[in-house]
Each structure stands twice: as structure tokens, then as C-alpha cells.
Design a protein around this ligand. Structure first.
Ligand SMILES: C[S@@+](CC[C@H](N)C(=O)[O-])C[C@H]1O[C@@H](n2cnc3c(N)ncnc32)[C@H](O)[C@@H]1O
Length: 400
């Protein structure tokens, strides 16, 4: 949190590494703290006479998360927190956490958890973009861990136990291990949030078409396009991520050409495509359920440079289209600057809107905006486990 380092990266970097079981326990505790840091601080507040050193605050938050959210037995939660603080603070941590244990989960009741657990800049930006009811619903959705969503390879049978959502995604409960599902090694499916599966579907790639997939790794959308029978060129700038994309395609037995290049400078050797998918890099504020570290990694000042990069990528995507070719632009962000504002970017590039029709988003008709874009949010399908927040818009090149 303090060093603005992604949670997975911080866990991977621990000296000596962690056994799989310990890593998953550490992940569970850290994720609970990241999701609920504001609420946990509010519970701890009355027991602290002065601000403790940062490391002590983290230990207190972890202990409180275990006691109030994860059901860890009090002796283990308190003992674990006491063990990681410098000796002079052991008494304080022990005393505070014993009082938190005494209060129990009721200590969280009556707090304005939605506000406490959302950084103010995100709250005000979502309030402005999506309205007062939506901002509360979005924040509430972030309290819950996301389910495991799968996209099935064509012809593959559905692994037992999953729920088929109206858009075709197969959903398993949070915590399901994908590698343990039958069919994983054979490439019968890949992990892809229900909302993340929509941009490639809306591009509607067909057999015989040529499609460029810009910003492609780890390749969930490349796989969808290749599975639809199109000839796909996947463009990815980061060599490590490009390698992961190749590995994923090989597990799925799908093929795509992979170009390791900056998509803003890539000219495809002069080729023009029937369709282009641009899944642009963004703040990823639509993925907080899956990545509760995002609010600690991103700040308001990160938005304008990312929005500018998205505009440059959109211009590059437009240049790659044949006359009349189709373009889908997507970001996994809830920020209007990274979504709705790009309708103006596209218009300035001479792209024509190709509005999404409600029947193209079964069960999500309400997510189709009057302008014909798709705006998903984590609180949509809340009773089924929600979905990532995506902005998706479709355009056509003039002519053709
Ligand atoms: C949102 S992720 C893409 C997810 C991917 N489309 C999928 O469905 O699995 C964005 C990706 O864009 C890559 N990227 C960022 N800027 C790029 C650029 N200018 N050219 C090519 N790739 C870029 C990043 O390395 C990252 O892998």
C-alpha cells in the first residue's frame, strides 16, 4: 500500500517466497484489508490515542480484518498481529485487538462503509459520471470477492457446476481454482470476466475476416476472435506479456500472429483490416472487485495521461481500418474520461458511430446507453455476483 506496489507483485517478491497455502492465506488477509481499510480504521480509531507507526497500523488492520471479516479465531488473529510488530508495540496491539475481538463484527455495523472504503477522488468521479445511487451500489459491490468467470472454447462442454449467464459466460463461485476444473489443460475454456467477454462479441468477427487486436495480452479477447475463425494479428508492446499471450493461445490450441510492437507506431506493413479491437490500457477502476489494490495504486493524476494514450491508440486503430471496417474500443475503467469522453475523440477522427443494439447485450439491456455504447458496472447482476466495469463503443470507418 505504502509503496504503491501491486499486491501480487509484493507477494511474489517476499524473500524466500511463500508456500502456496501461506501465499493464499496472505493474499486473503491483504485483500480484506485493501477492500475495507477505511472501515477497519474507523473501528480501530476509538482505541488509539495517537497515530501509531505505519507498520503497526498495518498489523492492527490485518488483525481487525481477520477478527471482523475472515472469522479467524481471536487467539490466532491477535497472536499473528502481535508477532509482526516491533516489541515496544506488542502490548498496544494486543490490547487494541482484544477490544476489537470483544466488540466482534457488530463493530462494523452503522458505519458508512461505502464512503469509508472508497478514496474520495473515486467517489466524486463516479458520483459525477454515474449518479448518487450508482456510486453507492458500485462501492458496495467492491466489498465482495468476484466470482470465477469462464469463456468456453467453441464446441467445448461446460464444466459441471457452473451457472451459464445470459451472455454465455460460465460462472463459478469466488475461490474456485480454475486449474482444478476438468478441461483446463485441454484448453476447453479461459478465464474472462462476463463484462470483459463483451467487446470481442460486439466486434462480431467472422471466418475469413482479418482482425487486428491492439493491446492484446494476456489474450482473452484474442482467443475469442481466433475462436470465431478470423485471422487475427495480436499487437502487444510488453515482451513478457506477449510471451504469456503466446502461452495462453497454445494451451487453447488457437492461433494468432503476435506482433511485439507499440500499437501507436505499428503500421501492419500497410495492411488494412476488416475489424480492429482496441482494449486500451487504463486505470482499471472497473476491476476493483478482482484487484482491491487498484484504489491504492491509482490516483486522480493518472487519469489524464492514460486518457491521452487511449486517444493516440484510437487514432492508430482508425488508421488500420479498411473503408467501412469495424472498430470496437474498450476500457475496464469506470472513469468517464477513459470511456464516454472518447466518443468525442472518435468523432474528431471521422469515425462513425455503430450503436450497440440492446438485443446484442442479453440481460444487460439497461447497460446500453442512449448513445449506443455499453457501460457495465460492478453492481450490475449484483445478485449473481456482479461484473467488471467496462466501457465499450463500436464505430465504423467511412466509405466501403
Ligand atoms: C487492458 S490490457 C489488455 C487485455 C487484453 N486485451 C485481454 O483481453 O486479455 C492492456 C495491454 O496493453 C498493452 N499495451 C499498453 N500500451 C500499449 C501500446 N501502446 N501498444 C501495444 N500494447 C500496449 C499492455 O502491455 C497490456 O498488456
Amino acid at each position: 500500500m505504502d509503496r504503491r506496489r501491486p499486491l501480487e507483485e509484493a507477494l511474489d517478491a517476499l524473500p524466500g517466497g511463500l508456500a502456496a497455502r501461506d501465499r493464499s492465506a496472505a493474499h486473503r488477509i491483504a485483500a480484506a484489508v485493501l477492500r475495507r481499510a477505511g472501515s477497519l480504521d474507523a473501528v480501530l480509531e476509538p482505541y488509539l490515542r495517537r497515530e501509531p507507526p505505519e507498520a503497526v497500523r498495518h498489523a492492527l488492520r490485518m488483525g481487525a480484518a481477520e477478527l471482523l471479516l475472515l472469522g479467524t479465531p481471536p487467539h490466532a488473529a491477535v497472536g499473528g498481529a502481535v508477532a509482526v510488530v516491533p516489541r515496544p508495540f506488542a502490548g498496544l496491539v494486543n490490547a487494541v485487538l482484544r477490544r476489537v475481538a470483544g466488540a466482534g463484527p457488530a463493530a462494523l455495523e452503522g458505519l458508512d462503509a461505502e464512503r469509508l472504503d472508497t478514496p474520495p477522488w473515486l467517489w466524486s468521479s463516479w458520483h459525477a459520471a454515474h449518479g448518487p445511487a450508482a456510486v453507492r451500489a458500485i462501492a458496495a459491490a467492491h466489498r465482495t470477492e468476484a466470482p470465477l468467470d469462464l469463456t468456453l472454447a467453441p464446441g467445448a462442454s461446460r464444466p459441471e457446476g457452473g451457472e451459464v449467464l445470459p451472455t454465455g459466460t460460465v460462472r463459478f463461485p469466488a475461490g474456485t481454482r480454475v486449474t482444478e476444473l476438468p478441461g483446463f489443460a485441454e484448453g476447453a475454456f479461459w478465464v474472462q470476466d462476463a463484462a470483459a467477454a463483451l467487446p470481442a462479441r460486439l466486434l462480431g468477427a467472422r471466418g475469413g475476416e482479418s482482425v487486428a487486436d491492439l493491446c492484446a495480452a494476456p489474450g482473452g479477447k484474442t482467443a475469442q476472435l481466433a475462436a470465431a475463425g478470423a485471422r487475427v494479428v495480436a499487437v502487444e508492446r510488453d515482451p513478457k506479456r506477449a510471451a504469456r499471450l503466446r502461452e495462453n493461445l497454445s494451451r487453447l490450441r488457437l492461433s494468432a500472429e503476435v506482433a511485439e510492437a507499440d500499437a501507436t507506431a505499428w503500421d501492419a506493413g500497410g495492411e488494412r483490416f476488416d475489424a480492429v479491437l482496441l482494449d486500451a490500457p487504463c486505470t482499471a477502476t472497473g476491476t476493483i472487485r478482482r484487484h482491491p489494490d487498484v484504489p491504492f495504486l491509482k490516483q486522480a493524476r493518472d487519469v489524464p495521461p492514460l486518457a491521452a494514450a487511449q486517444a493516440a491508440l484510437l487514432a492508430a486503430a482508425a488508421r488500420l481500418l479498411r473503408p467501412g471496417g469495424r472498430l470496437v474500443f474498450a476500457t475496464c475503467s469506470l472513469q468517464a474520461e477513459e470511456g464516454e469522453a472518447h466518443l468525442g475523440t472518435a468523432a474528431a477522427l471521422g469515425l462513425l458511430p455503430d450503436p450497440v443494439r440492446p438485443e446484442e447485450a442479453p440481460g444487460l439491456e439497461a447497460a446500453v446507453t442512449p448513445a449506443g455504447s455499453l457501460r457495465t458496472r460492478p453492481d450490475l447482476w449484483a445478485e449473481r455476483g456482479g461484473m467488471d466495469g467496462f466501457f465499450v463503443a463500436r464505430f465504423r470507418a467511412p466509405g466501403g
